[in-house]
Write a protein that binds this ligand. Structure first.
Ligand code: UDP
Length: 384
């Protein structure tokens, strides 16, 4: 349909970015009979959940993604599109060659201190917390003011020093005293023997990989890859009545107030001639001196038990974290005070827009997991 043929634009929505927010929006709008054009500057759809099949293994090209939620509406929605397997995230931490279970639970406390009962573990944590709580009291702080205080007051000094400090400072490139406390509250602390990283009711990986989910979400929409919104902005804006923008909000506004900071991740991927390299999907390297944050062995997301040995090879990725620079991929928003204040200025502009919807990690400058993104879109369509 040509624009010149009438005043009507060819699409109801131009969706910039085919990641989970854009693709879910496309799915819901299409179900309501709306016409959606989805563009993505990458050569593929799916944003950071994109997988590439190698040697029978779905490789998570932009870091590991485990779907988890307690929302039945979200779980039913994704399961109506693709079946999920029974994967449960049970990563292991390697500190100076010794292994510790994550998240912090009775197995970790046994490995750290040799204690076998919840009371013993609680007593050790309690005694290690006291210095921090006293220091906070002296300053009149009623709640932890940064990630270090939060971690020390949750699990004590031993676990902070061995399993949190080095990993966090590598991942964020900032001292734990300069990082917001909420980041570490993502991790559960439990006095039971339970290595499940998440507290959610539902968890799994799409059988056949995440591309199946993306393709199902984008069914019925027109999708164009290798198309950058900013290289032909006027042309794209003329294609639809409304825009759903999922890229960087500061870029949308030409960086007029300055640049928001992000962390980026880069990956070193290799195929190894062994069926089972590390025995689990993810090992976190928590000491500062090891340059990578974690090692991912992709086959363990979808092949369990003896099935691991049915494939003779394995694909392994070392993950490194660095500061974002123009031209690199933004992965994690840095939600410290300075950046949050800058984001608030952009958000005020966004709220005044009548025909642009902003959503996702980059447009909302928010450390989002997958399920809350879907939940937000379902909510916009009255379905959450
Ligand atoms: N973290 C840590 N040690 C670990 C794993 C995580 O200290 O072995 C901290 C780190 O600060 C990280 C935060 O917990 O940023 C959240 O971890 P999560 O696994 O949720 O991060 P993601 O998977 O999103 O990278």
């Amino acid at each position: 349909m040509s624009i010149a043929a009438g005043n009507k634009k060819p699409y109801d929505y131009l969706i910039v970015g085919s990641g989970l927010f854009g693709a879910t929006f496309a799915c819901m709008a299409t179900r309501q009979g709306k016409r959606c054009l989805v563009i993505d500057k990458r050569p593929h759809t799916g944003g950071n959940i994109y997988c590439e099949e190698q040697h029978g293994i779905n490789v998570h090209k932009y870091g590991c993604h485990i779907f988890h939620t307690s929302s039945k509406a979200v779980w039913d929605f994704v399961n109506s599109l693709v079946s999920f397997n029974r994967f449960t995230y049970t990563p292991v931490a390697n500190y100076e060659g010794r292994l510790y279970n994550l998240p912090f639970n009775m197995n970790t406390f046994y490995q750290m201190w040799g204690c076998t009962t919840p009371d013993e573990a609680a007593a050790i944590i309690e005694s290690q917390k006291q210095d921090t709580l006293t220091a906070m009291q002296k300053c009149g702080a009623t709640a932890p003011r940064n990630l270090e205080e939060q971690a020390l007051s949750l699990v004590g000094r031993d676990i902070y020093e061995k399993l949190i400090k080095g990993y966090t400072e590598k991942q964020w490139g900032r001292a734990c005293t300069e990082l917001p406390a909420f980041i570490i509250r993502r991790l559960p602390v439990r006095l039971v023997y339970d290595n499940n990283y998440f507290n959610d009711a539902y968890q799994g990986i799409p059988i056949g990989g995440y591309n199946k989910l993306t393709n199902a979400l984008l069914k019925g929409s027109d999708c164009l890859c290798n198309e950058d919104f900013f290289s032909r902005r006027e042309y794209w804006e003329a294609q639809a009545d409304k825009i759903v923008f999922t890229g960087k909000i500061d870029e949308f506004y030409g960086y007029r107030y300055g640049q928001l900071e992000y962390r980026t991740v880069y990956f070193e991927e290799e195929t190894l001639d062994t069926p089972n390299y590390q025995g689990c999907a993810v090992v976190n390297y928590t000491e500062r001196q090891v340059p990578y944050t974690r090692v991912i062995e992709h086959k363990h997301f979808e092949h369990f038990g003896d099935a691991v040995y049915a494939l003779p090879r394995t694909v392994v990725t070392h993950e490194f974290s660095t500061e974002w620079k123009p031209g690199s991929e933004p992965f994690y928003p840095v939600n410290d005070e300075k950046n949050n204040a800058l984001y608030a200025q952009y958000k005020a502009l966004a709220e005044a827009e009548e025909n642009v919807i902003f959503g996702g990690r980059l447009a909302e400058y928010k450390y989002y997991d997958m399920a809350p993104i879907i939940e937000r879109v379902l909510g916009m369509f009255g379905k959450a």
